[in-house]
Write a protein that binds this ligand. Sequence first.
Ligand code: PMP
Length: 352
Amino acid sequence: MKKHNFSAGPCILPQEVLKKASEAVINFNNLDLSLIEISHRSADFVAVMEHAKDLVLELLDLKDKGYSALFLQGGASLEFLMVPYNLLPEGGKAGYLDTGTWSSKAIKEAKLLGDIEVIASSKDANYNYIPKNYAIPSDLAYVHCTSNNTIFGTQIKNFPKTDTLLVCDMSSDIFSRKLDFSQFDLIYAGAQKNMGPAGTTLVVVKDEILGKTGRKIPSMLDYQVHIAKDSMFNTPAVFPVYVSMLTLEWLKSLGGIEAIEKINEEKANILYQEIDTNPLFQGVAKKEDRSNMNVTFILTDESKKEKFDSTWKAAGISGINGHRSVGGYRASIYNAMPLESVQVLVNIMKAL
Ligand code: PMP
């Protein structure tokens, strides 16, 4: 029996994707060669890359709208630096929403390249809410936000409205809910939550915003270089890109983001319902800002901890310990997490 995998990332992927991926590692496309031992420039792999990029734009409803999809490396963490390199002119200023650890890390890197204004922050309450009613200065090259705060379990429901460029780190909720993705000029996400294995980073960028900073950009950090080379400026992460393609095919076959969003809401609702009604548990994030991907909660009676922990472990649940900066528990219920696994956790909470 597989475990009920609530890990925050790397995390659960669909079983059928894992099966197809493992087959391709042995014999890809009946070539009698492994996916990971053929040239990335072979027709078979180029087709994978093209299909993966195509599926991204199709699922986000950004096809033929002037966007490019890129599969890069270096994780979302390298995007913290690539974004200002590509969008912040020398002497320019950018605005950041500080909604958690990952936002702060993005701010730290951007400060290497220019003047960074923190427009609003929820650090005062250990990031348990999303700031609202903040003013956005008019002299910014772009505004950066983090759609879902993986560690704290908060999620932006209303994105900043701005006349300047809007950039979003969607590492932990991309492809999980329907949004007007065209409100963003640049989206990035490490693959290892809703898309595939760690090792590739998705970037979706509006072509027309690039090449305007006057900066000399190192080739590997230049989005225009990667666009011109179809994400093959250097050897791409072939296996993570292939598995991402399989996951995106899986999502499309389910009915796309709209369909998965309904399932994600159902999963989050049964878990939050239990947290809100069971006096032994308390949610960490403010209700109106809580995440449908990472559900953070604590026990109100520590004397129950031993029993709770031993029961969920015995039931085959894995990965629900909270991040060290929050404590308590975090149940990550990404796209591939079945409703039945969430029900197993809820039943254990009920019986405690
Ligand atoms: N942003 C968010 C929202 C994340 O959750 C993470 C990783 N969990 C990162 C950025 C960093 O991603 P990576 O490890 O791919 O650099």
